[in-house]
Design a protein around this ligand. Structure first.
Ligand code: ATP
Ligand code: MG
Length: 377
């Protein structure tokens, strides 16, 4: 029997847990033309949520497009991916697509080809000078609105890892996108990304192009109730009982972060034998084992962390979520002057090692926390 717990892949179908309220809320917003920014720490399930959401909207008859900016390394590639997702997926017949492309993208001289498997691809020319490229990209983005109008359907475009636009085209690209997207009434946009501080700056900083362009949503963890049902039911299939204490142990070892919960459960599922009861001890041992197997990665990560910051990591590993600003905590742990503690904490967040949660600090990777805890004096 296949392991029902998956990690490192997009969770779809039966593997997708919970998120009922989030799906309903975002779907409603996008259907009515809202622009939405979705922010969360890494591995909370943004991409999985978006893919499931787009599937749902597609089933309701909307047009959808998913653009993962981690896949593109230049403006040309951005143009190709955008055209593929928005243009080529809206029609299936070569002649129709070719005509449509010529109609809506005259500046980009599109060549549409079809391979042996019937897969369409577009070759585009976005020009060389900055001015040519801006005009070409504006025409390309505007093609989205034209297609939605022609098909008389709302089009939903999701940009994942959206913070990357800054690296791809800097301020000019951000400004171009804003001005073009704002003029669209038949396209709804969703922007998401894992570099929280970068996305937050894009939408909250009044000097940036995306300032207040849409509603900002922070994606939290999956509800305990949904996780409990999913985990106990999946173990029940192989005759394994998961009592509440063991379930709580799973949540605390994985800090309830969707990816790490699945990771831990996947290991536990492999270890359990039929008819067993999942013990708290097995959960703790398995979590410790996972942390140990990651040691080479963690040692590598610590190489880029100066001693002062390592000390802070040790303190956070012992006092998860504690408010490190407090004078008492700083003095008790001999962390030095408060302002430098703050600088170190910010650097650890930038490095992706710590997250800020409810005013306190936690590890992005709960197994790294276990490892630091075990390997500090
Ligand atoms: N709704 C869900 N149901 C089941 N598992 C989930 C869900 N959301 C996330 N996960 C688990 O977390 C992992 C990471 O999910 P996903 O890639 O969607 O997160 P992300 O927030 O986009 O991550 P990143 O910030 O790294 O891009 C998945 O492989 C899966 O194990
Ligand atoms: Mg993602």
């Amino acid at each position: 029997m296949n392991n029902p717990f998956i990690y490192g892949e997009i969770a779809v179908g039966k593997a997708f847990v919970g998120r009922k309220d989030e799906l309903a809320d975002i779907a409603r917003g996008l259907e009515s033309g809202e622009r939405i920014f979705l922010i969360s720490p890494r591995r909370f399930g943004k991409t999985s949520l978006i893919i499931n959401l787009l599937e749902r909207l597609k089933n309701k008859g909307l047009l959808t497009a998913y653009i993962d900016l981690y896949r593109v390394a230049s403006l040309e590639q951005l143009a190709s991916l955008f055209a593929e997702e928005v243009l080529l997926k809206s029609e299936t017949r070569l002649e129709t697509v070719a005509r449509l492309a010529r109609d809506v993208l005259p500046l980009l001289r599109p060549k549409i080809t079809v391979d042996q498997e019937g897969q369409l691809s577009a070759e585009l020319d976005i020009g060389k000078s900055g001015r040519e490229q801006s005009a070409a990209l504006a025409q390309l983005f505007n093609a989205a609105e034209k297609i939605a109008q022609k098909r008389n359907k709302r089009l939903v475009i999701a940009f994942d890892e959206f913070q990357e636009v800054a690296a791809l085209g800097g301020e000019p690209l951000e400004k171009l996108m804003r001005s073009v997207f704002q003029g669209h009434h038949n396209v709804s946009y969703m922007f998401s990304g894992s570099k929280q501080h970068l996305i937050a700056d894009m939408v909250n900083n009044k000097d940036r192009a995306f300032y207040k362009l849409g509603r900002v949503l922070f994606l939290g963890k999956i509800s305990e109730k949904d996780l409990r049902a999913f985990i106990t039911e999946r173990f029940a299939v192989i005759g394994v009982t998961v009592h509440e204490a063991a379930f709580q142990r799973i949540l605390s070892a994985a800090d309830s972060i969707p990816y790490y919960v699945q990771y831990l459960c996947s290991f536990l599922w492999n270890k359990c034998r039929e008819g067993a009861v999942l013990s708290e001890k097995l959960v703790a041992e398995t979590a410790a084992h996972i942390a140990d197997t990651q040691a080479p990665l963690y040692v590598g990560m610590l190489e880029n962390v100066p001693l002062k910051q390592r000390k802070i990591l040790q303190v956070v590993s012992r006092n998860l979520g504690e408010k490190l600003y407090s004078q008492e905590v700083i003095e008790r742990n001999k962390l030095g002057p408060a302002p430098t503690v703050q600088v170190s904490l910010n650097l650890l967040i930038k490095k992706g090692i710590l997250e800020k949660e409810n005013g306190g600090y936690t590890f992005s990777d709960p197994f790294f926390r276990l490892w630091v805890l075990k390997n500090s004096l």
